[in-house]
Write a protein that binds this ligand. Structure first.
Ligand SMILES: Cc1cc2nc3c(=O)[nH]c(=O)nc-3n(C[C@H](O)[C@H](O)[C@H](O)COP(=O)(O)OP(=O)(O)OC[C@H]3O[C@@H](n4cnc5c(N)ncnc54)[C@H](O)[C@@H]3O)c2cc1C
Length: 506
């Protein structure tokens, strides 16, 4: 899979997907494997934005039981199974555990009934999955059984715990790249570092986009019969370049943030805890999820008044999150030294309640048609969950087929071709594959997404140097480029609010 932006201008595609986050990638993958001549353009690297920083949970929708939203719960269960079928090498079962208590919905009997309904509704959760991906039934555990699982807040687990299983993504970058590669193998035309700047409007109809190849700064005209906008929360930027009657209504955004803690606080379960006397913001469960010897803690939401501003967490926000972790787990004596990285992304929000507080949107939206988005051949998609992106992709593909007057049958995902795991390859082999078969253009692409070396802490030079040298050889970089690429990697961490001085003490 080589990067060839100029070939995008050679033909008229059936469909052009703008935005290569997990949602755009899922739509591209689904359309390409269904025989549509599909292009995908991404302004940065594939899944470099919000999609890189999720808490990695592929939810089965247990939470929707609380609101008795059973149709959404079923959709979520199907979506979870779809992702686990698609990427069994990267998405594995993960236990989740919350304390039971003497009162309310956390009473063991209430949990027992919820789990009984959950297991009933998700009876087909494992069908078609390899045995290694099977999700066990949910269960209640005694306080005694919990000793040894989590020592951070023994008091919280005094009456026992309730445990269930969901999917957990073990390498977000590779899932995205493998999906792009699979769409390419089906005949699709993906390209990173191509930014759509404005719609091409001819005789009053959108016939494509005018885009920039940001590597060469050259302009590209890409034509397609149907355009799908899956640009996440960046959508208003693209719309601002359109004629007034196609401009979308403005909306809000929230910064979603997880802390990465250096210690693995529990081994088998992601632990969910809730403050005893919470503020409105803290009245949810916050999860401590074990991940590659570290712990992901979150998710927090902060308002982001300016979408153009980098979504980095501020020092005050990090302090607040850490204080909350400390109060939830007093026995662990967490300190600022335990934080090795902060993951942030931007999610769509809407205002709610009498004081118009911004809250995250809960449902994905798929809008199309002249009356809604101003053009018959434009579908605008905004997702709110990584988990749902395959399901949303299938619904979008149905609409695309209808518009193009073509056949489309939603099918179960087929497992992505098994690429050799990065951990089994030398830096030279990883770099060779990344540059020549995975469109890695910059060192950041290699360190953050073709490998996960830079995901949990800022890697020290001695750690990334072998990959830098290997990539320099594969991409024929000179000394100046090598230096620039390594500076660019550090600039990435600075933009995320995290600098080399925060490098893990190893
Ligand atoms: C901290 C955090 C934790 C989360 N945890 C979970 C979780 O556990 N489970 C879950 O299911 N979900 C979770 N989510 C939500 C999930 O990550 C998002 O819903 C999902 O990643 C959104 O994907 P997307 O493709 O819509 O958006 P994005 O990832 O933002 O992708 C949009 C892409 O469009 C590109 N783009 C924008 N404008 C243009 C243009 N003009 N031309 C070309 N490309 C363009 C951008 O560069 C970007 O890459 C979490 C989110 C965050 C931030």
């Amino acid at each position: 899979m080589r990067r060839q932006p100029e070939t995008l201008a050679d033909q008229t595609f059936d469909v052009l997907v703008i935005g290569g986050g997990i949602q755009g990638i899922s739509i591209f993958h689904e359309l390409a494997r269904s025989g549509f001549n599909t292009a995908l353009i991404e302004a940065d690297d594939f899944a470099a934005g919000t999609s890189a920083y999720s808490l990695k949970v592929i939810h089965g929708g247990l939470r929707y039981l609380q609101s008795a939203d059973l149709p959404r719960m079923r959709r979520s269960i199907r979506a979870r199974r779809g992702f686990m079928q698609l990427a069994p090498d990267y998405i594995k079962p993960q236990g989740f555990l919350i304390p039971t208590s003497g009162l309310g919905p956390q009473h063991p009997w209430a949990m027992r009934i919820a789990f009984w309904v959950n297991d009933l509704i998700s009876a087909d959760r494992n069908s078609g999955l390899p045995q290694s991906s099977w999700l066990p039934r949910s269960k209640l555990m005694t306080a005694e059984a919990l000793k040894g699982v989590f020592q951070g807040n023994e008091a919280a687990f005094a009456t026992g715990g309730a445990a269930w299983y969901d999917g957990f993504i073990h390498d977000v970058g590779r899932v995205a790249i493998e999906m792009v590669k699979s769409g390419y193998a089906s005949g699709g035309s993906p390209c990173n570092y191509v930014r759509a700047d404005r719609y091409l409007i001819e005789d009053g109809t959108i016939t494509g986009v005018v885009a920039t190849d940001t590597e060469s700064q050259s302009e590209l005209t890409i034509r397609a019969s149907l355009i799908i906008e899956a640009t996440g929360t960046a959508r208003p930027n693209l719309r601002a370049s359109m004629t007034a009657d196609l401009r979308a209504a403005d909306q809000g955004w929230l910064k979603a943030v997880n802390l990465v803690l250096k210690r693995e606080l529990s081994v088998d379960y992601a632990i969910g805890l809730k403050a005893k006397q919470p503020t409105e913001e803290e009245s949810r469960y916050f999860f401590f999820a074990p991940y590659r010897g570290h712990t992901l803690f979150g998710t927090f939401y902060f308002s982001l008044p300016d979408r153009e501003a980098p979504p980095a967490a501020t020092a005050e926000e990090i302090r607040l999150m850490l204080a909350h972790a400390q109060s939830l787990c007093p026995d662990l004596e967490l300190s600022a030294d335990d934080v090795s990285m902060v993951h942030t992304g931007v999610i769509p929000a809407t205002s709610s309640g009498p004081n118009r507080r911004l809250v995250m949107k809960t449902s994905p939206s798929i809008r199309s048609g002249a009356g809604s988005v101003g053009a018959e051949n434009l579908i605008e998609v905004q997702s709110v969950k990584y988990t749902e992106s395959l399901d949303v992709a299938s619904r979008v593909a149905q609409q695309a087929a209808k518009y193009l007057n073509r056949e489309y049958q939603s099918r179960n995902p087929e497992p992505l071709a098994a690429s050799e795991l990065t951990s089994a390859l030398t830096p030279e082999a990883v770099a060779e594959r990344a540059v020549h078969d995975e469109m890695a253009v910059h060192l950041t692409d290699l360190i953050l997404r073709r490998t996960s070396l830079g995901e949990l802490y800022v890697p020290q030079e001695r750690e990334f140097r072998p990959y830098l040298d290997a990539m320099a050889a594969a991409a024929s970089w000179d000394e100046a480029q090598i230096e620039w690429e390594s500076e660019r990697l550090m600039r990435h961490y600075q933009a995320m609010g995290w600098s080399a001085s925060a490098t893990r003490n190893r």
